[in-house]
Design a protein around this ligand. Structure first.
Ligand code: NIG
Ligand code: FE
Length: 421
């Protein structure tokens, strides 16, 4: 039987397909990328119904009177990029800290001196929702212009209930305003504010007993994240926060092994976190624990580069162990100003030594799993959303290779072109 279609991306230079993808907990990651030449992709109501050779379109697809044809000649269709870890909503500027770090001060030294996350917190508390929206919208547009069709955004610069909710409302406003899919994460446990340092456990209890119930009731967040690190939250405190979230239906995520190995991976595996992120310092034992856990190991090569670390996350070892490694930008005002998908593709290759196909799958299909949408987005596949990044290139290999250059031609989200037609 022919599939009905209301949108057809026709006569593409090529469509980039994955043939042996990770399928969820207990399955092994496969990294096969195929370029189908002279391809067409058809969708109905925003979902892909057919992918194949352009010449075979009419034999397989019922073209309705109002079906829209989009001329794909010369264009390469990639699954839209998924940026599964960002702190995109913030205000202010920490350019001076960037210079301090270049001169040799460390990230944790700056945080301890009241800078870092706490500095951005002061800025965010001063700003109105409208001001925060305007700054964040500008960045969101830049991210979209690199091919991103879904993006996760964390709170965590309010650090009191009122301002955490304000950040989450700004993310909701962005969701309302832009076609890109936005996934919201509560991250009240991002840092301990200066005036709470005398009793961090009391601060953690307040997050668990007051903030999390309020955030959950507001419906403004889906995930609950914690920064498990020295000068931030211990494993015991992180456990409390993530368990409280689980009780209220917020699924756990974790910032683990970024600077020190404290046991964040064990916690992620035990609680069934959707992802464990950073993993810069993760050792062989940590990799072993992640196998078959269902936790998506998310590596952030922009951050280790921006922090000038001598070491990067052991992505190759994770891949060898069969793990569904994801990559994301971690865009934030302090530890990573890299913004967008293309530069992260390049950094995954240059710093993590991933191949172009590994970087691509990590930044699309696996990143989709890292936000709980692995079955819905992240691949050009029948049944998934028609979320496509169209590039004016002959092969996906050009994306990472042409560092810092952008060949995006258009985005298609839910079967609707964003920039043209
Ligand atoms: O993912 N690690 C903690 N949080 C962010 C940094 C946030 C900031 O410095 O503002 C990160 O690197
Ligand atoms: Fe982060």
């Amino acid at each position: 039987m022919k599939q009905k279609a209301d949108f057809v991306l026709h006569n593409l230079e090529c469509a980039v397909l994955y043939t042996n993808l990770y399928k969820g907990k207990g399955t092994k990651a496969g990294w096969n990328v195929e370029e189908l030449k002279t391809a067409s992709v058809a969708s109905k109501d925003g979902k892909i119904v057919w992918v194949g050779n352009a010449a075979e379109l009419t034999a397989n697809v019922e073209i309705l009177p109002d079906t829209r044809f989009y001329n794909g000649e010369g264009l390469t269709a990639l699954p839209g990029f998924v940026d599964s870890h960002t702190h995109l909503v913030y205000g202010g500027n920490r350019a001076d800290e960037f210079e301090m770090r270049v001169q040799g001060k460390t990230y944790l030294e700056i945080l301890e001196a009241g800078g870092g996350i706490l500095r951005t917190t002061n800025a965010v508390r001063e700003m109105s929702e409208g001001e925060l929206f305007a700054e964040s919208a500008y960045r969101l547009e830049q991210a979209m212009e690199t091919g991103i069709t879904a993006i996760e955004i964390k709170s965590g610069y309010g650090l009191d209930l009122e301002n955490e909710l304000k950040m989450l409302r700004v993310a909701a406003m962005l969701k309302e305003e832009y076609p890109v899919k936005i996934i919201s994460t509560f991250m009240g446990a991002h840092a301990i504010p200066a005036d709470r340092l005398s009793d961090p456990d009391k601060f953690v209890d307040e997050i668990c007993e007051v903030w999390i119930p309020e955030v959950a009731k507001s419906g403004l967040a889906q995930f609950n994240d914690v920064f498990t690190e020295k000068k931030a939250f211990t494993v015991a405190q992180s456990r409390k926060v993530l368990e409280a979230g689980l009780k209220w239906g917020l699924k756990p995520k974790i910032h683990a092994d970024e600077i020190n190995v404290l046991g964040g991976i064990d916690l992620a595996v035990e609680l069934g976190a959707v992802s464990a992120d950073h993993l810069l310092m993760t050792n062989d034992a940590g990799i072993e624990k992640l196998i078959n856990s269902g936790v998506i190991p998310t590596v952030l090569p922009g951050t280790s580069t921006y922090l000038m670390e001598s070491h990067h996350a052991p992505a190759k070892k994770m891949i060898e162990a069969g793990l569904p490694v994801a990559i994301a930008s971690d865009h934030n005002p302090g530890s990573c100003q890299f913004l967008g998908a293309n530069i992260i593709q390049s950094l995954a290759m240059l710093q993590l030594k991933m191949s172009a196909s590994q970087a691509l799958i990590a930044g699309t299909a696996h990143a989709a799993y890292a936000v709980g949408l692995g079955d819905e987005i992240g691949a050009i596949e029948v049944g998934k959303s028609m979320d496509i990044a169209l590039f004016d290139v002959k092969s996906y290999r050009e994306i990472g290779y042409k560092v810092g250059q952008n060949f995006l031609y258009d985005l298609i989200i839910d079967g609707v072109p964003v920039y043209t037609e």
